[in-house]
Each structure stands twice: as structure tokens, then as C-alpha cells.
Design a binder for this molecule. Sequence first.
Ligand code: ADP
Length: 242
Amino acid sequence: MILVKNLEKYFGSHHALKNINFKINRGDKIAIIGPSGAGKSTLLRCLNLLETPDSGYIFFNNMEITSYKKNINRVRQKMNMVFQYFNLFENKTVLENITLAPIKLKKISKEKAVNKAIDLLDRVGLLNKKNCFPKELSGGQKQRVAILRAMAMDPQVILFDEPTSSLDPEMVGEVLNVMQQLAQSGITMICVTHEINFAKNMANRIIFMCEGTILKDATPEEVFNNPSSERLENFLNSYKSK
Ligand code: ADP
């Protein structure tokens, strides 16, 4: 479904992504882990061209999207993103946040979009918040709404950029629960995360990044039982001691 070949990205003289290569199959749940500054978010943002790679190729459904600039919005509709800081529209209600893109971009009727949003909100226990504005919600509730907003577009892939790292610890669980629910629906998910246990449970593959390269791309079993790199081992050990 997604093929990344020889991807390179520089920020000035900083070589943020170095010859990145990997494949993602339909239905994959990928966790991208690694130390801060490893290039995880940059890689995720390159996938839907929020960052422009300097060289290399990204294919999505056999189409090379790195040379497909004009229709990037169509790519983003199919490859939706959930951000660390939610990025909800503050002047719109929860319901409006969820229905805006399906109505405007996918030309779905308002009635259909609202019905779908209500169904999604109900599934995660947030129906009573449908007329609230984001400022009236907790961080965990905002992030759950942001996830529903992505789901409302029926994307093929959802990219998650550290979706729980701006949350108070007591709110992390409620967001991970919704993501776990989503994972079971069969959708393709790619998630940059510091929640190592979540990565272990949710992902069928873990990509470990360090200093702009992929040091390991393997199943959770392989990553945890046979890290085969000192850096990965040290990284995993740093979580054990927390
Ligand atoms: P991670 O997600 O693994 O913490 P990032 O992808 O955010 O890492 O960043 C990788 C490196 O690129 C870091 O050194 C970061 O400072 C740098 N970087 C990221 N975005 C920018 C940017 N827009 N401008 C300059 N440097 C950036």
C-alpha cells in the first residue's frame, strides 16, 4: 500500500532522514519508536507530504505521490493525520469539527455526515459533547474527537504523530483505548509513539529509528526478544527503568 524508497530529508545542513526504505501493507499497524530527534515525526510528515522530501520516492497505492503535488489533498483524504496537539478548529463545535471535511471535501450530504459523526461519538462515549467547543473539553476528549474527525473521512490509513504525548497521564488510557478499538477495525495505522507497551500490543511491526535511519523493522516479538542492536536494547531498557 505504501512503499518508501531511498527517502532523504535535510533541514539546512541537518540530515534528518537518511536513505529510508520500507513497505507498508494494507491493514498493517506500525509503531515508529526511537529517541527524540531520531526523525520519526519528519518521516510521518513526509508520508502525506506535510514535509517535502529532498529525494527518494513514496508510492501510495502504486502511485508515486512525491511527484503528485497537485492532488495532494486527495492523498491526504486517504491518509489522514492525528496530531500531538489535536489541531481542532477552536471556533467550531465537536460535531462541526467532525463533519466539516466530509461535507466540504468528500461532498457528503450534511445529514449523512452528521449521522456518521453521531455514531462515532456514541461509540467512544462522547455524544453528550457534540455541541461543545474544543475549549470545553479535556485533552483526552479533544484527542478522541481528533481521531473521530480522521475516521469520519473513511481514510485508508491514519497517521498518528505522538497522539498521547501532550496529555496528562490519566488521559492517556482513554485515547489508547480508542486507538486500540480502531486497530481492531482493520484500518492501516502508522503511529509515532513513546507508549512502548501500547506499541508492543497494538503493532504487527515496529520500526525503530535512530539518528535519521531505520535501525530495526521487525515484529514486536523480534524487537523485544532479539533487539540485536545495542542502541535498541538501551532504548528499550530506558523504559524498563521508568
Ligand atoms: P522525532 O520525531 O524523532 O523526535 P523529528 O522528526 O521531530 O524527530 O526531528 C528530527 C530532527 O530534525 C531533529 O533534530 C529536529 O530538531 C529536526 N527538525 C525537525 N523539524 C524541523 C524543522 N522544521 N526545521 C529544522 N529542523 C527540524
